[in-house]
Design a protein around this ligand. Structure first.
Ligand SMILES: *Cc1c(COP(=O)(O)O)cnc(C)c1O
Length: 421
């Protein structure tokens, strides 16, 4: 559940009317709910109750400083995938020993920054990367804590662009080669090999692929221990899906996921880490947009709104569904209408929904995209010279702009002109 609910027919974010934010901030904008972020973090934390664990929020889902501070205050760790994310986590006050560094292409500069600034562990994705981490650690005279990300070759049964656990994906080392790679890692004196990492994909709507992967990790833990490695931490990745289409989706709940984790891995006595991103942020955010025109096509109506693919790319990139709802609910008995909902960008791909039936709208009405909190603002661009849209955070009856909309002038002034012009 989230905290975007209708009261007397108008949409609220916690105790703030969404229309009031729109009036002050202008459209389009992202709006997040503090209570929803907190609730989702706690659901995971409680799901692993009774185990030694850390929930590391995968901050690539939504990485505004105010969001990171909100979660860090609850004790969240962070899963980062770039030097920029590492810097953001540190700037939000997250201690280094709660930051996990993932990603297939960590550079020596990024490794150096993390080793000097403090890091819980690197999740290593290849042997060349292992060598680089070892090298930087030796230069600094420290030991780098690492896990190795194994690719368990299981089908996550999700969209191809967000599946990461099959042998054809670029992620991790094949689990079949794990013993050899761990032996190599153990021989490098700049590394402290502490555990195993796995992450098989995102927006998983079934527990079975997780279970298959975790069973393989459990088996590998025993094997590696028998080989003499002190495996004491398991990083289980993120990936639990959310109901984007409320009418017909019901992915497993964190508590069910947690029970399965305990069942498959609890007996090993390892410290457990999980890295949820989407489930913490997804339903904690909406994107609010205004209808510019309703245009009659030959055989359909287009709802042209002021939000576009550059603001929320998920429909164009992943064929993703977002529930799109009016900010002011239709009066009872009002006839619904059917629309192709599109943005103003000059691409046919700038289509959010086709043949969507909802209450009738007219120019200047507000609509809200549900479940836009994860992989929304962070994937936005300024394509078509549309300034990045603002982010707003609500807490109870207060709201604050946590990233303002740049002016055209600010946007243009980021460019610099060479001397010869
Ligand atoms: C993206 C990612 C996550 C988070 O995935 P969600 O589906 O958002 O929970 C966790 N770990 C790694 C390594 C990732 O790349």
């Amino acid at each position: 559940m989230d905290h975007f609910l209708y009261r007397d027919g108008t949409l609220f974010a916690e105790d703030v009317p969404v229309a009031e934010i729109a009036a002050q901030v202008g459209t389009p904008f992202y709006c997040y709910s503090t209570a929803t972020f907190e609730r989702h973090f706690r659901l995971f934390d409680e799901a692993l109750e009774g185990t030694d664990h850390l929930v590391c929020y995968a901050m690539k889902a939504a990485s505004n400083q105010a969001i990171l501070k909100t979660l860090a205050a609850l004790g969240a760790g962070m899963d980062v995938v770039s030097g920029g994310e590492y810097a953001r986590a540190k700037a939000a006050g997250v201690p280094g020993d709660r930051i996990v560094f993932s990603g297939v292409g960590k550079t020596c500069e990024e490794i150096h920054a993390a080793l000097t600034g403090g890091i819980r562990q690197f999740n290593v994705e290849s042997e060349p990367e292992m060598a680089a981490i070892n090298q930087v650690a030796l230069e600094l005279g420290v030991k780098a804590p690492i896990t190795i990300r194994v690719n368990p070759d299981v089908d996550a049964k999700t969209h191809a662009k967000i599946a990461t656990g099959k042998s054809e994906n670029k992620f991790g080392i094949p689990i079949s080669r794990a013993r050899e790679v761990y032996a190599h890692a153990a021989s490098l004196s700049g590394l402290d090999v502490i555990g195993i990492d796995v992450h098989i994909g995102s927006q998983l709507t079934q527990l079975e692929p997780f279970r298959l992967a975790y069973e393989k990790v459990a088996e590998l833990t025993e094997t590696l221990r028998a080989d003499g490695h002190n495996i004491r931490r398991l990083d289980l990745g993120g990936g639990l899906g959310i109901p984007y289409e409320r009418s017909n989706e019901a992915p497993p709940l964190p508590v069910e996921y947690g029970a399965m984790v305990k069942e498959t891995l609890g007996h090993l006595g390892c410290e457990l880490e999980i890295e949820p991103g989407r489930l913490i942020a997804g339903n904690a955010g909406i994107m609010v947009s205004k209808v510019i025109y309703v245009k009659e096509g030959e055989d359909r109506q287009f709802m042209i709104i002021d939000g576009a693919m550059n603001d929320l790319i998920r429909p164009a990139m992943y064929e993703a569904h977002h529930d799109i709802i009016p900010v002011v609910e239709a009066a009872p008995g009002e006839e619904p209408a059917t629309y192709d909902i599109v943005g103003p960008v000059c691409e046919s791909g700038d289509t959010f929904a086709k043949g969507r039936t909802m209450s009738e709208v007219k120019a200047d009405d507000l609509v809200a995209f549900r479940s836009a909190g994860a992989y929304g603002a962070v994937m936005a661009s300024e394509y078509n010279s549309r300034p990045l849209i603002p982010e707003v955070l609500v807490k109870d009856d207060q709201f604050a702009v946590i990233r303002p909309r740049p002016t055209f002038e600010e946007m243009i002034n980021r460019d610099t002109i060479p001397e010869w012009l």
